[in-house]
Write a protein that binds this ligand. Structure first.
Ligand code: NCD
Ligand code: ZN
Length: 345
């Protein structure tokens, strides 16, 4: 097979940032994706309906001419989130999901949740109206090893919340472990997971063996090879509960390449080439469309996109090493192997 037609994909977990960064990264996503669920971890975060409306306007204003890309907005859950504001935002279709960051878990998560009992009423309301909760699934307890934080989160936080609030629709974001794959697989219809492009490609050796590679550092941090394999198996399984959320998370090189560098891999530009290569290796190219274009839409209860993209296979595609913003360079994720699939047009 050397040509593949897919419904236009959606990215169910994306960081677009703001200002000069937004302007530089938005075209990279809009080129291939019809819609993206936009993460709210700006500084200050997108907390209220008014914040989300303003941010959406800034994104639409930064859209390349002629693009029909649609940002789907999220609210950043805090211990002060107001139920009426959130319900109103959901009712008018302004927000598609609410994002839970445990305080301190990742980039710009300082306003996140410390005491989960304080958001119980909000979560109950979300269960009532079917508004999904996107979860950054890592505990922040310094006693817990960083490589165990996802598995411990499932046991200590996520499972208790789901038992406490039946009917709450949850997306475990950017899963990185076989534990999460198993938990999501057994979790019933209200539970799904996004998987990133980079977690299908790298394990922790890529970050640390033979020299430290800051551009492979993201959160949750990549785990052992057995976990990467479990993610590949889940993504290529055709199971509707697993779908693409790239977690493309641009940071300037100046912020990545320093003694305390930022977490995040920038994958918006070459994601589809990488995924096609990975799915082909697994003999699962016919399941790529489900992962990129159908399963996420079904979970979020929206129609899949009518438009199509065509991927074609040929000589290795050359991507630039990064993109330029007005403030500096953002290095592109390097999968470390040649990419033969390109999106036509
Ligand atoms: C994300 C970011 O930079 O905003 N970083 C990352 O490593 N994935 C935050 C996140 O999704 O955890
Ligand atoms: Zn993210």
């Amino acid at each position: 097979m050397d040509r593949l037609t897919l419904r236009r994909p959606d990215d169910w977990h994306l960081h677009l940032r703001d200002g000069a960064m937004l302007k530089a990264v938005l075209p990279e996503t809009a080129r291939h994706f019809a819609r993206a669920l936009v993460m709210p971890n700006l500084v200050p975060p997108v907390v209220t309906a008014a914040d989300a409306a303003d941010y959406r306007d800034r994104i639409l204003a930064a859209k390349p001419r002629g693009s029909d890309f649609r940002p789907l907005m999220t609210l950043y859950l805090t211990e002060d989130t107001q139920v009426p504001d959130l319900r109103a935002a959901a009712e008018i279709g302004l927000v598609t999901a609410v994002k839970l960051y445990p305080a301190g878990a990742t980039t710009n998560s300082a306003s996140g949740v410390k005491d989960f009992t304080k958001v119980r009423r909000v979560l109950e309301n979300m269960a009532q109206i079917g508004l999904p909760l996107c979860v950054h699934g890592e505990v922040t307890d310094p006693e817990v090893d960083i490589f165990d934080r996802e598995a411990v989160f499932i046991e200590r936080v996520l499972d208790p919340i789901r038992r406490d609030i039946p009917g709450l629709r949850v997306v475990m974001e950017h899963i990185t472990t076989a534990d999460a794959v198993d938990y999501v697989r057994d979790g019933g219809d209200d539970l799904a997971a996004t998987i990133t492009t980079h977690h299908l490609v790298i394990n922790r050796n890529h970050i640390l063996a033979g020299g430290i590679r800051p551009h492979y550092y993201c959160l949750p941090v990549a785990k052992r090879e057995v976990h990467r394999k479990a993610l590949v198996a889940a993504a290529t399984s055709g199971e509707a509960r697993f779908f693409l959320g790239t977690d493309s998370a641009p940071h300037l090189d100046a912020a990545k390449l320093m003694p305390c560098g930022c977490a995040g891999c920038f994958t918006a530009t070459n994601t589809l080439s990488i995924l096609a290569e990975m799915f082909e290796r697994e003999g699962a190219l016919e399941r790529l469309e489900g992962f990129t274009s159908l399963h996420g839409a079904a979970f979020y209860r929206v129609e899949p996109n009518d438009a199509r993209i065509v991927l074609s296979k040929g000589e290795p595609v050359r991507y630039p090493p990064g993109i330029l913003t007005e403030d500096g360079v953002v290095t592109m994720f390097d999968p470390g192997f040649p990419l033969h699939w390109r999106v036509e047009g």
